[in-house]
Design a protein around this ligand. Structure first.
Ligand code: HCB
Length: 247
């Protein structure tokens, strides 16, 4: 936990060269990962991008950084928005910082897993964020991790019409349709995708997985999805499990 240095304690901290510490600044015990988390919460896009680069250069694990530091950072931003401490502009600057950092880190994931990618083809996934919902940060992370783990990923983007999930799945002969929703008001669209599949008698042709912060395992079961995942890493495990059951 970062501490604040009072003036009276300058130069007396366990032999550390504390010249670099000014009154009121944070101790450098803050790790790069903690720094990155703070920059995302504070909406510091350039600093977040720079720190993500430093993390990659110093051998940090990009997936761990995303799951353990960046996702909680966005959760904290959401909470601040909810309790009135943050406004929409803060959501936007934090989202920009998050995107800048994940863009850097996902380059690391892609590079790391290039060999693995060549080695196996796991299955085809069409993925998107539901109609009426423009949140795409988490969906993008899921897409990158699936790709890094050998899936062919067809990203439909955000605000995707329910029928488009199905049309594109048919076009590319997908195995899995992954549907993301970030709002309580848009999660019924996940159900709609499954209902359309049922109506078109295509439900057995595709496996459907759902996720996003307002969704739960119970919600996934209630709407008849084949699985729900809380994080991108879990989404990969789930997709692998679904493919195993298919074969
Ligand atoms: Co936005 N927003 N927002 N927002 N936003 C939320 C989602 C609220 C919860 C904030 C709050 O009130 N606490 C809230 C929704 C409330 C509700 O449920 N009804 C909200 C609101 C209200 C809104 C607007 C309506 C605000 C307004 O305009 N007044 C507006 C929505 C407009 C619209 O969509 N029509 C809006 C806009 C924005 C932006 C543009 C400023 C920005 C999005 C930028 C972007 O995505 N390009 C934004 C952001 C950043 C957030 C929060 C703060 C963070 C979301 C995020 O990126 N999380 C969010 C707060 C929150 O979610 N707690 C807030 C980080 C990622 C990594 O997590 O959950 O998306 P994730 O994904 C995970 C996980 O769920 C899973 O894996 C991912 C990686 O681990 N997963 C899947 C995701 N999809 C999966 C699919 C699968 O098949 C499997 C797993």
């Amino acid at each position: 936990m970062a501490k604040i240095l009072p003036i009276s304690r300058r130069n007396v901290i366990n032999g550390h060269n504390i010249d670099e510490f000014e009154t009121g600044t944070k101790l450098s015990s803050e790790t790069l990962n903690d720094k990155l988390k703070r920059f995302v919460i504070e909406g510091e896009e350039n600093a977040a991008q720079e720190t993500a680069l430093q993390i990659l250069k110093t051998g940090g694990d990009p997936v761990e950084v995303i799951e353990k530091y960046l996702s909680p950072a966005m959760k904290a931003v959401g909470e601040k928005f909810e309790n009135g401490e943050y406004f929409l502009t803060n959501l936007m600057t934090s989202a920009a910082a998050m995107k800048a950092a994940t863009n850097v880190l996902t380059v690391g994931i892609r590079k790391e897993d290039r060999e693995k990618l060549r080695a196996r083809r796991m299955g085809k996934v069409t993925i998107g964020t539901v109609s009426g919902d423009i949140h795409d940060i988490g969906k993008n992370i899921v897409a990158v991790l699936l790709e890094a783990n050998g899936f062919d990923v067809y990203d439909l983007g955000k605000d995707v019409d329910s029928m488009k999930f199905i049309d594109r799945a048919a076009e590319v002969q997908a195995d899995i349709i992954a549907v993301s929703s970030l709002m309580t008001t848009t999660k019924p669209a996940q159900k709609e995708v499954i209902e359309f599949l049922n109506e078109m008698k295509l439900r057995n042709k595709y496996m459907v997985m759902v996720g996003g912060s307002p969704t739960t395992k119970e919600w996934g079961e209630e709407i008849g999805a084949d699985g729900w995942a809380e994080t991108a890493e879990e989404a990969v495990k789930l997709a692998e499990k679904l493919m195993q059951n298919k074969r």
